[in-house]
Design a binder for this molecule. Sequence first.
Ligand code: 6LW
Length: 566
Amino acid sequence: MKSCYFIIPLFILPILTCHSQIELSKKGQEYYYSNPIITGMNPDPSICRVGEDYYLVTSTFGFYPGLPIYHSRDLVHWKLIGYGIDRPSQLNLNESEGDKINLYAATIRYNKGVFYIINTNTGRRHEDRNFVITATNPAGPWSEAHYIEGAPRIDPSLFFDDDGKVYYTGNDTAANPVFEKQRNIWMQEIDINTWKLVGNKVIVVDPGNYYKGLVLSGKENLLLDFFEGPHVYKKDGKYYLLISHGGTFWEHAVSIWNSDSIFGPYVLDNKNPIATNRDFSHNSYIHHTGHADMVETQNGEWWMVLLGTRPYGGDFTNLGRETCLVPVDWSGEWPVVNPLGPVGRIMPIHRRPNLPNHPWEEKDIRDNFDTKKLGLDWNFMQTPKEVWWHLDAPSGKLKINLRPEIIDKNVNPSFIGQRQAHKNFTAITKMEFIPKVENETAGMVITRDVSNQFQLVKTLKNGAEYLQLIRKEVVNDKIELIIAETQVSSKALYLKMEALEQLFTFSFSEDGKNWKILAKDQDGRLLSNALGIGRFTGTFIGMYATSKGKESSNSALFDWFEYSGF
Ligand code: 6LW
């Protein structure tokens, strides 16, 4: 069915402001939506449709719970409904096999009443890190992990063919690489009753052939590095293979191949890459676009979800990789991304899908901790192996025990945080904490990774209670500086972080009414300079308590936590 597209009347296009997202007018929202559709760290999106409901999963690396599941009915408004990984037992983490979760890109699919998520836990040995979990309710509970023997490397996907056969697709290093960052895309049939790979493993796309000019491609600019994120679709009797490449940063791109047979040979679309913003300036509104998945709506429209970043303050991407949406015209042999143009580019605003508008109830900006369980937005770093936090429902306070773990190692510190989802935000919390010894500290932390943080924390110094702003930044060896400190005396302390893009202000109050600035004009760009796995994640803001390597029986009480952004 031909999709009907709107030409964007200029009077509807809002003026780009420093707003984190483009604020569309009410009238505008009838016809358009703004990217990203899921903000804050939500990379590597994968999507499936069941009737008129859409479900989407994103990657979470060391954060727990892992693999958030989002639900939408219009592809524009998304609600977090649960997690694929929400029990330590699921990944049978144990000391011998690497007790770290590190969940890379996932794929979500639905077939005959069952949801499947296939994913990679790179916290495990190379050859048995890919696993599948299943559920009949996408909000969970999801099953224990079924690890797949002989499935190496990352970015696994499942394809359910019309004849009932199921295929595993993923990437792997090349046995005989032709160039340094060569990754091949391989495919093999999988038995979903035993989770065993069956038949032959077939390399379906080998970029080495393009590199050597052995394949009629004529696409010198087909960036050959890091072929990954493969997904298979079947349309008009042909098999299509969507692949991301160029690496998940400034060169990221998406290309497509097709074949009459599931195992190929696959030929490429000469218009490849079909989606990329790699030629945009590094301070464009949306960049790094790639790692895509596609879905056909119940009305016969095709749409693509993919990751994108929003650089600000220069080419700094504090928010991490978020989830974007872009229209696709697949009325011909090959899909055309953003057919209204600029073709193949992911823009801040696109016309809405031909689906009934279905916004969800607005979330409260304040969590009063008066519930029996933590809200879904709260995450931990790594998997808690013990319960060190308590929701004392009657009092409506969150109690966090001080533990020896500190927030600069790949451990599970006493940190509970939520994604920074806006360029401009205010985060406030009310804390009750009396440090008894100098190694005890608690407060609010904004962290990109274990080495790039601001900590607004209360501690003991020379027998007096101090509030300190600590800045940690990766340089050759981590620099941890006390930027400012002041003596405080009240048991209850209100802590506030405010950001206007990369300009941060840190304040406090001892009565909740009279605020004092502890430090202002702090440069937030350190929250984009992550190294290692931090390059793949995003910034989190939350509550933290530690006794810095020593045992403690102390705890901190958080009465409420408020986060709002624009
Ligand atoms: C993911 C790979 C990628 O596994 O980055 O953007 C890796 N794409 O496909 C980590 O997110």
